[in-house]
Design a protein around this ligand. Structure first.
Ligand SMILES: [Zn+2]
Length: 481
């Protein structure tokens, strides 16, 4: 069955056809490393990871590149006309935290990578840093100059969008509409307020490099054009990013890459909708701003957060709430209980009820795949999974290993189950034994004390007719970052 994906560029669902058989080249816009990443940033990364995992599930070998922006992203970049007016985000953070730009970017890059691992994102093949690719960016700007797309004023180098008629096509905003939206600015240097900087000179900027024009630093957009060319080549399959990247960032990337190379570069644009918190735009002033650390420090398991970030379709806005997180936690608990039940049934106990047949397992797999093939309809795919669990919980299970394989295969896509399994350490086993002895002696005070000791070590015990069960509690014990 073939996968269909919505393409922002053509504004319709298309059958996904890679450039080379069985291989997918994918570029994901990564983080700007100047602060703790928030849950909206990670929604975009988790959904890109879901896409990558599903492509791999379908047998493609995926090469994924994710850039790390450590220079050139300005504080007020939403509006291209204000690019020059802003301050570099990294530099602003360095000033605020009284650190050097390098200290800032190293710290937040490290944190980003740790959080990515905690949220079970498959590592990209490479995480290129913008500051390590200045020569590649300069090369591309030189090519754009040769091809007549660029003008230079006082050491600042601008892309002249009037030379690139397709500018505005990705965002679906014709040029006049974009122009009307552009804030009027006092910048006599630019011919058109939508022209964007490829190279800037600013003596106050802390990060400076030599260039053929003026000592300075690159604009934000050029890094992705230069680094995708270096690591994926002149044409690649998929470019991912948050919907806020569509304009101006990806619009500018298309202008730069296609201007320099003279042909289409990206086949498929994949954009993830924004995230709301309690139905409002997340903002520090509204007090509904959550970083990933905030959520983990509230005691939520990273897998719960991952599940909450991916279980709404990527093209729907996700309304994030703490109740939603609790629902995610319950869903994962149901999965975990089901797996435990399966392993216990391996021991022989069987309930009466319907039997699950192999043909039923095949249908479940087909339905899951059909949902995912339809533009990654994850909510439907998860409904298939949970309907099956409900059914299996009431049935006689005689093919545990086939069901386990099915769950494992689904988890190659959703990535929330395997890392849940935490081995029970011997010290906990010893405590459980002691507690059982105490209960036999009817020393309930001691039994409760031991239960609390076990809890303090991150495990929770439940007494069932089949004996005492122990589960890892849903929290992370160590701080990240
Ligand atoms: Zn980018």
């Amino acid at each position: 069955m073939s996968l269909s994906l919505y393409n922002t560029f053509t504004k319709r669902k298309e059958e996904f056809k890679p450039l080379q058989p069985n291989k997918v080249l994918m570029y994901s816009c990564g983080p700007t490393v100047y602060s703790h990443p928030h849950i909206g940033n990670f929604r975009s990364f988790v959904c890109a990871d879901l896409l990558r995992r599903y492509l791999e599930y379908k047998g493609y070998r995926v090469t994924q590149i994710m850039n790390i922006t450590d220079v050139g992203h300005m504080t007020t970049d939403d509006d291209p006309s204000s690019v020059e007016a802003g301050e570099d985000k990294v530099q602003a953070a360095a000033r605020k935290e009284k650190k050097s730009p390098l200290e800032i970017t190293r710290f937040y890059t490290q944190e980003f990578l740790e959080l990515s691992q905690l949220l079970n994102l498959k590592p990209a093949d490479k995480y290129p840093l913008a500051t390590e690719h200045i020569p590649e960016m300069i090369e591309m700007v030189k090519t754009l100059i040769q091809k007549g797309y660029v003008y230079e004023v006082n050491g600042n180098v601008y892309f002249d969008i009037s030379k690139f008629p397709d500018y505005g096509r990705l965002s679906g905003n014709p040029l006049d509409k974009l122009m009307a939206g552009a804030r009027v600015e006092v910048n006599s240097e630019k011919k058109n307020p939508l022209d964007f900087a490829l190279w800037k000179q600013d003596p106050k900027h802390l990060m400076q490099w030599d260039s053929p024009w003026h000592k300075g630093f690159p604009g934000w957009h050029i890094e992705c054009s230069a680094m995708s060319l270096k690591y994926l080549g002149e044409r690649f399959d998929i470019h991912t990013g948050g919907e806020d990247n569509i304009f101006p960032h990806h619009e500018c990337e298309i202008a730069q890459s296609e201007g320099a190379l003279g042909h289409k570069v990206v086949n498929h644009w994949f954009h993830i909708k924004h995230l709301l918190v309690n139905n409002q735009k997340m903002s520090k002033s509204l007090g509904n701003f959550y970083t990933v650390r905030d959520i983990l420090q509230k005691g939520y398991n990273p897998m719960v957060l991952r599940y909450a970030l991916l279980n709404t379709h990527y093209r729907q806005p996700l309304n994030f709430t703490l109740e939603g997180l609790d629902a995610a936690k319950n869903a994962l608990q149901r999965l975990s209980d089901f797996k435990l039940m399966l392993s216990e049934k391996m021991g022989g106990a069987k309930d009466a009820g319907c039997e699950i047949h192999d043909t039923r397992l095949e249908t479940v797999r087909t339905n899951f795949e059909q949902a995912m093939d339809n533009d990654l309809n994850i909510s439907e795919a998860l409904a298939v999974l949970f309907d099956f669990i409900r059914e299996a919980n009431k049935s006689t299970i005689s093919q545990q290993s086939a069901i386990n394989n099915l769950l494992q295969d689904f988890d190659r896509v959703i990535g929330v189950m395997t890392v849940q399994e935490v081995a029970v350490p011997p010290e906990i086993d010893t405590l459980i034994k002691e507690r059982e002895d105490a209960r036999k002696r009817k020393d309930y005070k001691r039994s409760d004390e031991i239960k609390q000791q076990i809890k303090a070590k991150g495990f929770v015990i439940e007494d069932t007719p089949a004996g005492t069960r122990v589960k890892k509690m849903w929290f992370i014990t160590e701080k990240c970052g």
